[in-house]
Structures are given as structure tokens and as C-alpha cells.
Ligand binder design. Structure first.
Ligand code: FAD
Ligand code: NAP
Length: 469
């Protein structure tokens, strides 16, 4: 029976996992680890951006170093200054934890950080802050090595005699370290030569802080990528500067976001030509006088603390496109006792983490029974056949995410004991989920017209969605 559980990460999803394990009960030890000094994960905005971009950035084993400041160590992250959610806040609510009613339907990042911090308040005692997990490997149990983040350890990156590492054993390790940390900058023809000739003209969405920084740039600005980051960076730039911006889209967008006539859509890139400062596209067109290229091309999956497993015959990470050997994008059937929380794109991460946490706690308490190894492996192979070894492997685009959550809910209900149950979808939440794109567009238009954000009540009074009420 599983007695001790280590949860890595004090972002929203790590917190939901710790709560699920505590509520399930039956575990003697549940310990959360967070390298930052506080909860909130990616929502901890800092104006300092990652300065050590590798160009290209395709190595999933690369590590993201913190920045040393007068006030301690800062982990640069992808959340930028003016970021507002692209999810209506009721869909980001944990069971029994509400955002204040006056919250704008798509709140500013700071509101989300407050919300997560409040949610985590009673879980603080279960966490070790400023503590970085540096290694997880298999012994009799899971051997977890953690290190204090301080000067002696260079922010948790160097072993120190004066502040020695802690090594402990756990029956299970739940990984909730987020999936948007290590930038992916694909190897494009001409990119390395461009970077050599024009250093500092290549950015990644993770290093974008504000359109103000781009406003004075000379030459054309090209954003590559047509998902949430690409769309919002273009929208913010266009609104703030009134200048044109070019966006290369190799596929249609699946996410909500603002639009502007100043954003000029281009196709996929063919190559970069530093000699003429031009970018060529697959349809033969060319953009001249390019002064800055922003890669909004997403992130690599990276699990640096599993170095030993990743070198083994059953690696979790190979090229950074996906995590290998998972059942239902969560449970490692190759390495039982390991699980990964909220790794799929396009889901509602808070809600998914809450359900996965309960599902995992019940598996580890022997209340939910997993299929055979052969069945779990066969399901993964089938998905691989359908999707390929690509970043889209773990995607759960609506309504796939709802179906996925229903599958876990079914297992949880069948376990039919008195343990915790995830929140059920309400009619309103389903309507918000279905209509998120439309709602986001309307809220942005309203803000452009009036300078005011719409609350949930105000948005509903516009009768743009049918809530079935
Ligand atoms: C720019 C951007 C905007 C987004 N907007 C939305 C949105 O509007 N709505 C929405 O629902 N979702 C949004 N998301 C998705 C977002 O990732 C989730 O909302 C959520 O914050 C994920 O939480 P998490 O706990 O999985 O990961 P994170 O928030 O990344 O937290 C992971 C934590 O693990 C810690 N950690 C990592 N490695 C270690 C280690 N080795 N040892 C100890 N601690 C470690 C990190 O310090 C971090 O605190 C956005 C993501 C990005 C990048
Ligand atoms: N709240 C907000 O407004 C907001 C803002 C920014 C980000 N976010 C969140 O942040 C997370 C990450 O979003 P993201 O947009 O950074 O990453 P993402 O969703 O992974 O999207 C990556 C984009 O880059 C494209 N791409 C990848 N490799 C490419 C290549 N080699 N050449 C050309 N294009 C390539 C992808 O195209 P394909 O789809 O064709 O692969 C996709 O359009 C998401 O959860 C998102 O919701 C939210």
C-alpha cells in the first residue's frame, strides 16, 4: 500500500493534487516541494525575462536557470505584464473556492495569482518552499533528492557541503511542474546565421514582457506561431503601437484571442535570409527589413530531475514532444508510482488537476484498478498511430477534454466510497466552455469601446450565450 507521496510543484495543479491526497486520507506522508518562495507557479509574474535563450532551442534536457536578484532567486516565466486569462474565470475555479463576484470574466494575471494563493493557504504546512527537486530515481522505492535554493547552492543548481541535499524515499511521486517553461525554438533554415548576424533580434514568447519594449524597434516584426501566445502578442502590439505586425501561421488557431486589422497573416516559413534581412514563406512571398522575430512556437516537455530514467531504456522524455509511457496522459505504466498532472494542452488545467489528483489518490489507495500493462501500452500505441510523436500527442481539445474528464469521473464514482468527489459541470460552465471564443472576443471589443471589463453577470446579460436557464 502506498504510504508516502511526494508532489513536485506548488502551482495551481500541484496544490490541487496535494489537497486531493489529503482529503482522500490513508497516506502517512504527503509532502509538496516548490522551488519558489511561494505558491502560484507560472502566475508569479516578474519583469525579469529569461536572458539565456538558446537559438535554436530544441534540447529537452536543457535546464532553465533562475535569475539572482537582491531579493532572492527569480524563475523567469511565460506570463507577461498585461496578460489576462483566455478562460472565463468560473472554469478556473476549484471545487468550493470562488473568485470574488466582481472579478472580470477574463481576469488579469494578478487576480489569478491571488486566487491560487488563497486556495493554497491551508496547504502551506504541507509544502517545503525554496526547495528544488534535483533528482528522482528508482531504488527500493522512489528516491527523491531535494536541494535548498540559496546562494550556497547557486539557486539550487550546485551541490553544496554547507547546505547538503536531502535524500528521502517515497512510495509515489506526482509531478506537477508545469509544461510551459523550456522554450521551443525550432531549427529553421538560416536561423543560426541570422542569430549570428543580428544577435538580440530573436525572441521567444517566454521573453516577451510588454509591447512597450517592442514599440521602438526598427524594421518589421514577425511573430511565428498561431496559438494563444502568437495571437495575444500580435494583438497587444497592434493595440499599443498602432503599427503593423506580421504573424506566420502554419495552422488554424484553436484558441480565443483578440483580432486587429494591423495583424497581417502570413503562411509557414520557408527560410530566413540574413544577407537581405528577409524572411521567405512557403508560398514564395518574402518579408523584407525584418527587425525582430518572436517565436511563439510553444515549449518543450522537460523533466530534468529524471536524468537517470531518461537515459534508460524506458525514458520519459526523448525529443521533448511528449512524455512516454503514460496511461490517460497521467499515470506512468512503465514506472508505476509516477504520475504527471495536467500535461495536456487546451484543457482547463485547474479542473483537470483536481480530477486527476482524486483519481490518482484512489489508485494509490487501491480503490481504482488500472487495466493490465498490455492494455495501457496498447492504448498508448493506438494514440501514437493516430497522432504521431508530436507536441499534439497529449492535446485534449474541447470536447475531448470533457470526455477525458468523464472517463476519470466514471472510475472515481465506481470507487464509490466516502472520499472526495470532483465538482460536476454545471449548465453555465458547459455554456461558457462552448462559447469561450465568442465571449473573449466580445469582452475585448467591450474593453476597446469603453475601457471597462465585463463581469460574468454583465456578459450574461448581453444574451450572447444560451445557458439553458
Ligand atoms: C502565458 C500563459 C498564459 C496562460 N493562461 C491561462 C489561462 O488564461 N487560463 C488557464 O486556465 N490556463 C492558462 N495557462 C496555463 C497554465 O499553465 C495553467 O493555468 C496553470 O498555471 C498550470 O499550473 P501548474 O501547476 O501545472 O504549472 P505551473 O504554474 O508552471 O507550476 C509549476 C510549479 O512547479 C515548480 N517546479 C518546477 N520544477 C520544480 C522542481 N524541480 N522542484 C520544485 N519545484 C519545481 C515551479 O516553480 C512552479 O511553481 C497559461 C499558461 C501560459 C504559459
Ligand atoms: N491567457 C492568454 O491569453 C494566454 C496567452 C498566451 C499563452 N497562453 C497559454 O499558454 C500556453 C502555451 O501557448 P503557446 O501559444 O505559447 O503555445 P502552443 O499552444 O503550444 O502553440 C504553439 C504554436 O506554435 C506553432 N508551431 C510550433 N512549432 C512550429 C514550427 N516548427 N513552425 C511553425 N509554427 C510552429 C504551433 O502550430 P501547430 O498548432 O500547427 O503545431 C502553434 O500555433 C497555452 O496554455 C495557452 O492557452 C494563454
Amino acid at each position: 500500500m502506498c504510504k508516502s507521496v511526494c508532489v513536485i510543484g506548488g502551482g495551481a495543479c500541484g496544490l490541487a493534487t496535494v489537497r486531493a491526497f489529503l482529503e482522500e486520507g490513508g497516506f502517512e506522508k504527503v509532502v509538496g516541494f516548490e522551488q519558489r518562495p511561494s505558491f502560484g507557479g507560472i502566475w508569479n509574474y516578474n519583469e525579469l525575462a529569461d536572458q539565456n535563450l538558446s537559438i535554436p532551442s530544441v534540447d529537452p534536457l536543457a535546464v532553465v536557470n533562475p535569475i539572482k536578484t537582491e531579493n532572492g532567486y527569480v524563475w523567469p516565466n511565460a506570463v507577461y505584464d498585461a496578460l489576462e486569462t483566455n478562460t472565463p474565470y468560473p472554469l478556473m475555479e476549484f471545487r468550493d473556492y470562488k473568485f470574488p463576484e466582481s472579478t472580470p470574466l477574463f481576469p488579469h494575471r494578478s487576480v489569478v495569482l491571488d486566487y491560487i494563493s488563497r486556495y493554497g493557504e491551508d496547504l502551506r504546512q504541507h509544502y517545503r518552499f525554496n526547495t528544488r527537486i534535483v533528482e528522482v530515481r528508482r531504488g527500493q522505492k522512489w528516491i527523491v533528492r531535494s536541494r535548498t535554493v540559496c546562494d550556497a547552492t547557486a539557486g539550487g543548481f550546485k551541490e553544496s557541503d554547507s547546505v547538503p541535499d536531502t535524500v528521502e524515499e517515497y512510495d509515489a511521486v506526482m509531478v506537477a511542474t508545469g509544461v510551459y517553461d523550456l522554450p521551443l525554438i525550432p531549427e529553421l533554415k538560416g536561423l543560426r546565421q541570422w542569430h549570428e548576424k543580428f544577435p538580440n533580434t530573436i525572441l521567444h514568447s517566454k521573453t516577451f514582457r510588454s509591447p512597450r519594449e517592442l514599440a521602438g524597434l526598427e524594421g518589421n516584426i514577425l511573430v511565428i506561431g498561431n496559438s494563444a501566445s502568437g495571437i495575444d502578442i500580435c494583438y497587444q502590439f497592434a493595440r499599443y503601437t498602432g503599427r503593423n505586425i506580421y504573424k506566420s501561421a502554419r495552422s488554424a488557431s484553436r484558441v480565443p484571442g483578440g483580432t486587429s486589422d494591423l495583424v497581417i497573416e502570413m503562411p509557414d516559413i520557408s527560410h530566413l535570409d540574413p544577407e537581405t534581412a528577409s524572411v521567405f514563406f512557403v508560398d514564395g512571398r518574402r518579408l523584407e527589413n525584418v527587425g525582430c522575430i518572436i517565436f511563439a512556437t510553444g515549449f518543450l516537455r522537460s523533466l530534468p530531475f529524471f536524468a537517470e530514467i531518461n537515459r534508460s531504456e524506458k525514458p520519459l522524455i526523448t525529443d521533448g514532444s511528449r512524455i512516454h509511457g503514460l496511461y490517460r496522459h497521467c499515470w506512468s505504466y512503465e514506472h508505476p508510482g509516477l504520475a504527471f498532472i495536467a500535461i495536456s494542452r487546451y484543457v482547463l488545467p485547474f479542473h483537470v488537476a483536481e480530477i486527476q489528483g482524486i483519481w490518482l489518490a484512489k489508485i494509490l489507495q487501491g480503490k481504482i484498478f488500472l487495466p493490465s500493462f498490455a492494455e495501457m501500452a496498447s492504448q498508448e500505441r493506438q494514440l501514437l498511430g493516430l497522432r504521431g510523436n508530436l507536441p499534439a500527442f497529449h492535446d485534449l481539445l474541447y470536447p475531448d477534454d470533457i470526455e477525458y474528464m468523464d472517463l476519470l469521473m466514471k472510475d472515481i464514482r465506481m470507487a464509490s466510497d466516502n472520499g472526495p468527489l470532483p465538482k460536476e459541470w454545471t449548465e453555465l460552465e458547459i455554456a461558457l466552455r462552448k462559447n469561450t471564443k465568442l465571449l473573449k472576443a466580445r469582452c475585448l471589443q467591450h474593453f476597446e469601446r469603453t475601457g471597462q471589463h465585463l463581469t460574468l453577470r454583465e456578459a450574461l446579460s448581453l444574451n450572447i450565450i444560451d445557458t439553458g436557464q
